[in-house]
Design a protein around this ligand. Structure first.
Ligand code: CP
Length: 328
């Protein structure tokens, strides 16, 4: 393994070849997940700890499923049922877990930078960021990229628009880092209070109106209003927000008739995305969830085995092929 990628803490810092290597590996695990027996012995004897200090449905379940489908021993750890609820610090919790010799720790936390803090204290363990505060959500960006590449055949030079609460979205930040590696045009569509200028510095364009923000887009991504991080102080009225920014079939037909639609979820129907879009033929929301398991299998496999993911390497590709050929 490339020593720079002992952990997956963000997309920032990854090279294009590393991203492509992860997506190529994930493609092979997609095939495993379509078999009658969805299990391979790739990580037998390895231990994965999932630490989720914040609510999650998709990410938590798919990391657990990914570890189990790779035959690893998987331990799930929630904040309310652990001794953090008695006041144990994050670092002491990490050191306690380190004593049990896990190979990979997967972590979600409401504080930006919490995964890096834990990684700095776990010299023998790989840490995967499953979403930390407003910082990054790298496996979400990887699964979004896999979904786009499988549908459109490429990631190069696409036009991708994110509609909604960019300000509080770690998904947007990881996606901008990834899409910019492939020369994509990235637009953010949001009321001015929710579209941070920081993203312009990362190469994204910010638009306050839907037409200019999504016109001609190849991909439109719906972002949820993240009320859990400060309720309603950025918009005066949710009804008015929905009237201006809800992704409806009429708007897509008028401005981006050929686009595919993604949403990292959870989706709030009628506020950010209309049901006819979420359930319609443009939507790949369910496929995103399906591909999330394969992406997380690829990340866990590459980190836990130390396979060379510096770039596309024929020996590691054939190694994965051989491993996924072996059913449990
Ligand atoms: N997309 C995402 O992170 O969803 P969850 O919060 O349900 O994991």
């Amino acid at each position: 393994m490339n020593s720079e990628l002992k952990h997956l803490l963000g997309i920032k810092g990854l090279g294009k070849e590393q991203v492509l290597a992860l997506l190529d590996s994930a493609d092979q695990f997609v095939d495993v997940n379509k078999r009658a027996v969805k299990k391979v012995p790739a990580l037998r004897g390895k231990t994965i700890v999932n630490m989720f200090f914040e609510a999650s449905t998709r990410t938590r379940m798919s990391f657990e499923l990914a570890g189990k489908r790779l035959s690893a021993d998987v331990i799930n750890f929630g904040a309310s049922s652990s001794s953090t609820s008695k006041g144990e610090s994050l670092i002491d919790t990490a050191l306690t877990i380190q004593s049990m010799s896990p190979d990979v720790v997967v972590m979600r936390h409401p504080a930006s930078g919490a995964c890096k803090l834990v990684a700095d204290h776990l010299p023998e363990t790989s840490v995967v960021n499953a979403g930390d505060g407003l910082h990054e959500h790298p496996t979400q960006a990887l699964l979004d990229a896999l979904c786009i590449r499988r549908k459109l055949g490429t990631l190069e030079n696409l036009s991708v628009s994110f509609v909604g609460d960019a300000l509080r979205s770690r998904v947007v930040r990881s996606n901008i880092y990834l899409l910019k590696l492939f020369g994509c045009r990235v637009r953010l569509v949001a009321p001015p209070t929710l579209a941070v200028t920081e993203f312009e510095g990362m190469g994204a364009e910010v638009f306050p109106d839907m037409k200019r923000g999504i016109e001609g887009a190849d991909v439109v991504v719906s972002l949820r209003m993240k009320h859990e991080y400060q309720k309603d102080i950025y918009i005066p009225s949710l009804e008015e927000y929905s009237r201006l920014y809800c992704i409806t079939e009429d708007r897509l037909r008028d401005y981006a008739p050929d686009c595919m639609v993604l949403a990292p979820g959870p989706i709030i129907r009628g506020t950010e995305i209309a049901s006819d879009v979420a359930d319609g033929p443009r939507s790949h929301i369910e496929e995103q969830v399906e591909l999330g398991v394969a992406v997380r299998m690829a990340v866990l496999f590459l980190l836990a085995t130390g396979a060379d993911n510096k770039g596309r390497d024929s020996s590691s590709e054939s190694g994965i092929k051989e491993l996924v050929a072996n059913e449990q």
